[in-house]
Design a binder for this molecule. Structure first.
Ligand code: ADP
Ligand code: ADP
Length: 224
């Protein structure tokens, strides 16, 4: 499904215009949002995820009017914020089971199947009984993906997920995203050009709240 953003502007109370009359169309597959710190990547992602309202503009995903019908969007959205917060001392398996309950999967056997599935996709099945609080940075990020996969999202937004990961962890994480990304729309922000080259079929460069370039990693590589 296609995400269509038109003339989006977001100004914070302190007067910072984080998104400046931005328009873009993003199709199925892995989309990389590249830009330096302060470019507006998080602001754009939080706005698409309906966690904050823009001043003006429109966002549609397929036939969902995102800004007017955020409930429909959230049902098919998986969002991984830049910092996922504090983890309770619970095993990954129990925590995912709990999240699945919150997402409305009331049947225990059904939850067990889904939880196993997302643990396997994210390569966490072998460490499912360990506390998430004790996971490494890369494992925590993969756990973040596991939890957002519980409701089989069609639109996945991940905000700088590779920041702070060592090369091995980063690689494992990108592999997980690659596996997940084949049949949905994934928007993935990063300030690392290599992330985009390895993973994405399309990319945009964001700065000052504006899209400077919408291209493919292949073309961008030739120009950079
Ligand atoms: P409020 O709605 O309470 O006035 P803001 O909308 O200004 O708060 O900020 C919302 C959140 O974003 C707060 O948690 C704040 O700490 C954080 N924040 C504020 N300024 C910045 C900034 N320049 N960059 C990143 N985050 C910020
Ligand atoms: P990026 O994710 O690319 O680093 P952000 O969207 O976090 O960019 O920030 C874009 C601009 O908006 C920056 O100038 C930042 O300081 C400002 N900003 C981000 N969040 C807030 C907020 N809640 N309140 C005020 N200013 C913010």
């Amino acid at each position: 499904m296609k995400l269509v953003i038109k003339n989006l502007t977001k100004t914070y109370k302190n007067g910072v215009k984080a998104i400046d009359n931005l328009s873009i169309e993003i199709g199925t597959g892995m989309f990389g949002l590249l830009g330096p710190n302060g470019a507006g990547k998080s602001s754009l992602m939080r706005t698409i995820a309906t966690l904050q309202s823009p001043d003006s503009g429109s966002i549609t995903f397929g036939d969902i009017n995102v800004l007017e019908d955020n409930m429909s969007l959230r049902k098919i959205l998986g969002y991984l914020p830049q910092s996922f917060g504090v983890y309770p001392k619970m095993s990954a398996e129990d925590l995912l089971d709990y999240f699945a309950t919150l997402k409305g999967v009331s049947n225990k056997e059904e939850r067990k199947t889904i939880v196993r599935e997302v643990l396997e996709i994210t390569n966490l099945y072998d460490v499912r009984r360990k506390h998430v609080a004790g996971y490494s940075g890369g494992m925590k990020q993969r756990f973040g993906i596991a939890q957002l996969l519980l409701n089989n999202p069609k639109l996945i937004i991940v905000d700088e997920p590779t920041a702070g990961l060592d090369p091995a962890e980063r690689h494992k994480f990108l592999n997980v995203l690659r596996e997940v990304g084949s049949n949905c729309t994934i928007i993935f922000s990063t300030h690392i050009v290599e992330d985009v080259k390895e993973l994405c079929n399309e990319m945009a460069v964001l700065n000052g709240g504006k899209i400077l370039k919408h291209t493919t990693p292949q073309k961008a590589t030739k120009e950079l």
